[in-house]
Design a protein around this ligand. Structure first.
Ligand SMILES: *Cc1c(COP(=O)(O)O)cnc(C)c1O
Length: 393
């Protein structure tokens, strides 16, 4: 975080101040129990998290990255297999596939949203010879085209894994929550995520008792019982301290999400009134060279992990620098598509063209939208962004 920014992208101090006593008591309880790995706090959190997501089962683990790795392992992904995933995502989406010796097959996103394009994913699936899973990402806090991906996974008889690291609590067009309809949902509980632990943590959701059992074994080195290993797993357990803190935070999540959604709606109104286009408009035909994010219509619910605007590529870095000088922190998620990462060059995918991904990497900019923001801070962000384009810097 930029120490000089008075409007940071995330402000956990505000969040923790309101529930500090409860957190202190929860941490003290774990210290008194001297039970630090898995145990009752973790089991209780798993039960509460599953209920929150509307999914029968949840299995805690050490991070969101491990959640994706464990999900792929539980689905039997191994060397030489192919897994379709979007190129426009955080690195962990694809690295989990590579770490198992499998090959990420990168699909483009479906502009104006940021999710994987189901049509492109289907075309890629037809050209795969060893397709083993489809990995969709709910980027920025909105459930991806889950119905289309469920159909794809049925048609090709492969599991659907949902990287829901950024979308906890989001609802899809059927009013179902993120992570509840895929074969396995993967969540990160990294501190800056909408529901964050006080360190690294993650959790998986599934409706399958068999998969849940396999995940519980894989997170403890594949042990079915002590010192009896049915598979080679990893060490990826959820700590009781994190679970205890998360149990304090979970009941507040919906109210924090509500504030994120209100902040986003406030930006939407302010930018639209100033001449910004909606996400499917053409950037050069809007009065203000800015597009607001696209949100699926109700009953779907975006949880705005990030509020991402589109601005002309050649102005984006200047806008970000201008805002930084005004103490407003912004971020670029993500400046390079995964298909263009040097570590994936051997796949040959760096030479493929994923036009929507490439445009998004140059135009997207995330503005502060966290629930600790004051109305006056939202007004300042609006004023500085709109002023930047009006005054033709
Ligand atoms: C944060 C994130 C992850 C990884 O989670 P960690 O808990 O940081 O390991 C994976 N995928 C996406 C889309 C993320 O945003």
């Amino acid at each position: 975080m930029n120490p000089r920014s008075d409007i940071p992208l995330i402000d956990l101090a505000v969040q923790h101040a309101s529930i500090r006593d409860e957190i202190d008591a929860a941490i003290a309880g774990v210290i008194d129990s001297s039970n630090f790995i898995l145990g009752d706090e973790v089991t209780s959190f798993e039960r509460e998290f599953a209920r929150y997501c509307g999914c029968p089962l949840a299995v805690g683990c050490a991070s969101g990255s491990d959640a994706i790795l464990l999900a792929l392992m539980a689905c039997g992904v191994g060397p030489g297999d192919e897994v379709i995933c979007p190129s426009y995502s955080f690195f962990a989406t694809a690295s989990a596939i590579s770490r198992l010796g499998a090959r990420p097959v990168f699909a483009d996103i479906a502009s104006p949203s940021y999710d994987m394009d189901p049509n492109h994913a289907r075309a890629l699936a037809l050209s795969c010879t060893r397709l083993r899973a489809i990995l969709t990402v709910d980027l920025f806090g909105q459930v991806s085209s889950i119905d289309a991906f469920l159909r794809l996974s049925q048609d090709f008889q492969v599991p659907l894994i949902e990287d829901a690291a950024q979308s906890v609590g989001a609802r899809d067009s059927q009013e179902q929550r993120a992570g509840s309809r895929a074969t396995i949902g993967c969540f990160s509980l990294y501190p800056s995520k909408n529901l964050g632990a006080m360190g690294d943590a993650g959790i998986l959701t599934t409706a399958s008792a068999e998969l849940a059992q396999r995940l519980r074994e894989l997170r403890v080195h594949g042990a079915r019982s002590q010192y009896l290993h049915s598979a080679v797993g990893i060490n990826s357990r959820l700590d009781a301290l994190h679970a205890a803190v998360l149990r304090v935070k979970l009941p507040h999540l919906d109210s924090w999400t509500k504030t994120r959604r209100e902040n986003a709606a406030y930006y939407d109104r302010g930018f639209t009134a100033a001449g910004a286009g909606t996400a499917d408009a053409s950037l050069d035909r809007t009065a203000l060279s800015l597009l607001i994010p696209s949100a699926r219509p109700a009953p779907a619910e975006h949880v705005y992990h990030q509020y991402v605007i589109r601005v002309p590529a050649k102005r984006r870095d200047d806008l970000s620098a201008h805002l930084r000088r005004q103490g407003i922190e912004t971020a670029v998620y993500y400046p390079i598509g995964l298909h263009e990462q040097p570590c994936f060059a051997t796949l040959g995918s760096d030479r493929a063209s994923l036009p929507n991904t490439e445009i998004a990497t140059r135009q997207a900019l995330a503005l502060p939208v966290h629930p600790g923001l004051q109305r006056s801070q939202l007004d300042r962000v609006l004023q500085e962004v709109v002023g930047f384009f009006r005054e033709a810097h």
